[in-house]
Design a protein around this ligand. Structure first.
Ligand code: PLP
Length: 386
């Protein structure tokens, strides 16, 4: 082991609330380990409360929640769904899986969210939905997006993988779309290794969603005593997580406020301590427009160009700090080219920021001396002065 690997500060360290072991032991002792057991009910109630949502279903991932959303929208080959290009592939893949065409729209240069000024031009008579992603948990321009979607009679799907705990004009992210999705992957603010949820702000989707999530059966109705046997009712798959995962998630959700305080402290320290360096080096710090509270999901910087970004990644690695880049444009990805279409005007901002963005370690368990080391490592990178 070299000194730098021994001392390395990882990019992510999954946070533990402390009660996970106890809840896992309780779940094992209580018995039902399949989905929709007692801990699933507890975690779902906590999540609904956090989001002010009328209904939620835990899923095995955000990807699967998006897959369910695409099934619920009854998409057919040739339908179109507007998505940002600057996002994770699952945001588009869910719709491509149904044979629909993801139509890629560019992002805003400030928040890196879907640019609402380009949305209307991307909508055609084949468009069936608008999907938004709140990058880094900073809310999209939801008023403008919702107004355009309403004008065209289109449902909005919120991929809220980053935005749990954030707000837009005082309202939780995840409470805007007819459907919204959450991720509980180990890199997220609340995590159970792999997991997710589908949130229903329009409860008309709920009954069918329960069936889709249970292999296309009405098993949920059977367990509630509403039918005397359960049968294959619709297409579906197995999207419900084991109650063991829900036990882990319950611990995490109960601990959310405390872990958020620690994440916010790290984010605020980066923002404050890197301001001078960023100004000197021509780097841009994250923008959080007025009326938005972000959840300290990730901390990024936009460097002046690709070489400077690559240089900083290498410099950090030499100092035992694992930084990383983020999304590569979906409209240029092999599957994006094969299954999608780029909206008029292309996605020049997405292409530009994908090359220049670097993310720094950010997690509740980041220790003060590690944060100091990361800051010192960034401060000692001065390509402009070299
Ligand atoms: C915006 C976005 N959507 C969806 C996903 C997929 O989440 P999961 O790993 O829970 O399927 C990710 C993963 O990081 C993401 O960043």
């Amino acid at each position: 082991m070299t000194p730098s690997t021994r001392l390395a500060i990882p990019f992510n360290r999954p946070n533990l609330a402390g009660s996970e072991n106890q809840y896992l032991a309780e779940a094992i002792a209580a018995g039902p380990l399949a989905g929709d057991g007692p801990f699933t009910k507890r975690a779902t109630a906590l999540l609904k409360n956090l989001l002010g949502a009328p209904a939620a279903l835990l899923t095995t991932s955000c990807t699967h929640a998006l897959d369910m959303a695409a099934l619920l929208l009854d998409l057919r080959p040739g339908d179109e769904v507007v998505v940002p290009s600057f996002t994770f592939c699952s945001t588009a893949n869910a719709f491509a899986l149904r044979g629909a065409v993801p139509v890629f729209v560019d992002c805003r240069p400030d928040t890196l969210n879907l640019d609402e000024r380009l949305l209307e031009a991307a909508i055609t008579e084949r468009t069936r939905a608008v999907v938004v992603v709140h990058y880094a948990g900073v809310g999209c321009e939801m008023d403008a997006i919702q107004a355009i979607a309403d004008r065209h009679g289109l449902p909005v799907v919120e991929d809220n993988a980053h935005g749990l705990g954030a707000t837009y004009r005082g309202r939780p992210l995840g409470s805007f779309g007819a459907l919204a999705t959450q991720s509980f992957h180990e890199t997220k603010n609340v995590q159970c290794g792999e997991g997710g949820a589908l949130i229903f702000n329009d409860v008309r989707y709920l009954d069918r969603a329960e069936i889709i999530r249970e292999k296309g059966t009405n098993r949920g109705q059977f367990f509630r005593g509403m039918v005397d046997k359960y049968r294959w009712m619709d297409i579906g798959s197995s999207y419900l997580p084991s109650d063991l995962l829900a036990a882990f998630l319950t611990a995490q959700l109960e601990h959310f406020a405390a872990s958020q305080r620690r994440r916010m402290r790290v984010w605020d320290t980066y923002q404050r301590e890197l301001a001078g360096w960023a100004a000197q080096q021509g780097a841009i710090q994250p923008t959080v427009p007025a009326g938005r509270e972000h959840p300290a999901h990730l901390y990024y910087l936009l460097l002046p160009d690709l070489d400077t970004r690559q240089g900083l990644l290498k410099h950090l690695a030499e100092h035992g700090v694992h930084g990383t880049f983020h999304y590569q444009p979906l409209h240029l990805a092999p599957a994006g080219l094969a299954f999608g279409r780029t909206a008029p005007g292309g996605c020049p901002v997405t292409e530009d920021v994908a090359d220049r963005l670097i993310r720094l370690p950010l997690y509740a368990g980041l220790r003060d001396h590690e944060l100091d080391r990361i800051l010192a490592a960034v401060h000692s990178y001065e390509p402009r002065l070299a």
